[in-house]
Design a protein around this ligand. Structure first.
Ligand code: EPU
Length: 348
């Protein structure tokens, strides 16, 4: 009965769903059960141990499928975006977890609320952004984050996480630290951002500065910064619709100062970024290029010719092919530099 359906918030659970078109690396795999979540009530209705194991899927842009998933995959499709308030210092803007990240960034800029422009064109969804603290061109989302709401799938209660509770780090948060990104204990439903009213462009990054320079723009507004960043990204990073990939495949490794000094003595070209805690972040892309992997394939997977940190599916790669290439790159970088590379994407 239609009335009955309206009363129950339970989402449709599909069986044996093909996931190959749902992740940007386009690897083969199926989910035993799959539900699209459009409301908080639908999510709460699945907060039950009968629905485990579970895995939460956003835009699928940071995911390596190594086979079939024998559980319930929740596809977060919750939409909505609105300004929820402002004060002397900032605008507060909230968006549903299923909103496309880049569309959301462009919308905030069109509304006249700058602050997220450096994160333009990052693939994925709003709900996934805090999990790995997405970052690019001198900005991490943590710096514009206010709070989020998540459903505790053990109790069905909704919990608010502020910035401190999220324990953000470089491509890291409490969701990764506690393994909730894999077991789906807390599922993010919406995120609120704090966009400061006192805005200045963040264009210190060399690629962005030279792009603005080439456009003859000395004092850019936020939309001009976004346009420059979009152009830089399009030049360096492959569009997953054309060449399947999951963005940076490894973290930039962070080593102690003595290790960085030792490496710099033998490899003067090595890009190094000093960290607030005295350690040093190294450019994984440079290490991979020096190890001979830039533009090189292993079977149907390879490291991208314009950015060695990006692993691409040349067509027909499987999760096993990706793992084999990942291990070969790790092995060669370790042999050449003594540095361990850890993968950035999630393996369900
Ligand atoms: N480099 C090389 N060879 C390469 C790639 C890079 O020598 O093949 C050198 C570059 O010349 C530069 C340095 O490595 O000196 C850093 O390269 P780049 O500026 O391209 O940035 P990245 O460190 O490789 C990081 C993020 C990207 C983000 C860019 C821009 C990580 C893991 N990756 O890449 O994020 O877009 O900075 O800010 O931190 C992502 O996480 O998926 C992602 C794309």
């Amino acid at each position: 009965m239609a009335a009955g359906r309206l009363m129950t918030p339970s989402p449709l659970i599909e069986r044996d769903v093909d996931l190959s078109t749902r992740t940007t690396l386009a690897l083969p795999g199926h989910a035993a059960r799959f539900a699209e979540i459009n409301s908080a009530d639908q999510l709460r209705s699945l907060a039950d141990d009968r629905y485990t194991p579970r895995f939460v899927l956003g835009g699928g842009s940071n995911l390596v499928l190594t086979g079939d998933f024998d559980g319930l995959m929740l596809h977060m499709a919750m939409r909505g975006r609105e300004r929820v308030g402002d004060d002397a210092g900032a605008w507060y803007v909230r968006a549903g977890a299923g909103e496309n990240w880049h569309d959301f960034v462009l919308w905030t800029l069109a509304q006249g609320w700058p602050g997220l422009e450096n994160l333009s064109l990052i693939p994925g969804t709003v709900g996934a952004a805090p999990i790995q603290n997405i970052g690019a061109y001198g900005l991490e989302v943590a710096e514009r984050f206010h709070s989020l709401s998540a459903c505790d799938m053990r109790s069905g209660e909704f919990v608010r996480f502020d910035r401190e509770a999220c324990r953000f780090g470089y491509r890291d948060s409490v969701f990764k630290q506690e393994g909730w990104h894999v077991d789906g204990r807390f599922v993010i439903t919406e995120v609120t951002f704090r966009l400061p009213k006192a805005w200045t462009p963040l264009a210190c990054y060399a690629d962005v500065a030279s792009e603005l320079d080439a456009r003859g723009i000395a004092a850019p507004d936020a939309q001009q910064v976004a346009a420059a960043i979009i152009a830089v990204r399009q030049r360096k990073l492959p569009d997953p619709a054309q060449l399947p990939n999951a963005g940076s495949f490894f973290h930039n490794p962070i080593v102690d100062a003595a290790t960085a000094d030792r490496l710099r003595a033998t490899h003067p070209g090595l890009p190094c970024y000093a960290q607030p805690d005295g350690r040093v972040k190294l450019a994984a892309g440079w290490l991979i290029e020096q190890a001979g992997w830039k533009g090189r394939n292993l079977g149907t997977a390879g490291m991208y010719e314009k950015q060695a940190l990006v692993l691409v599916n040349r067509g027909g790669a499987t999760g096993a092919d990706v793992l084999e290439l990942m291990q070969a790159v790790q092995r060669d970088v370790h042999a050449g530099f003594g540095v361990a590379l850890t993968p950035e994407p999630i393996f369900p």
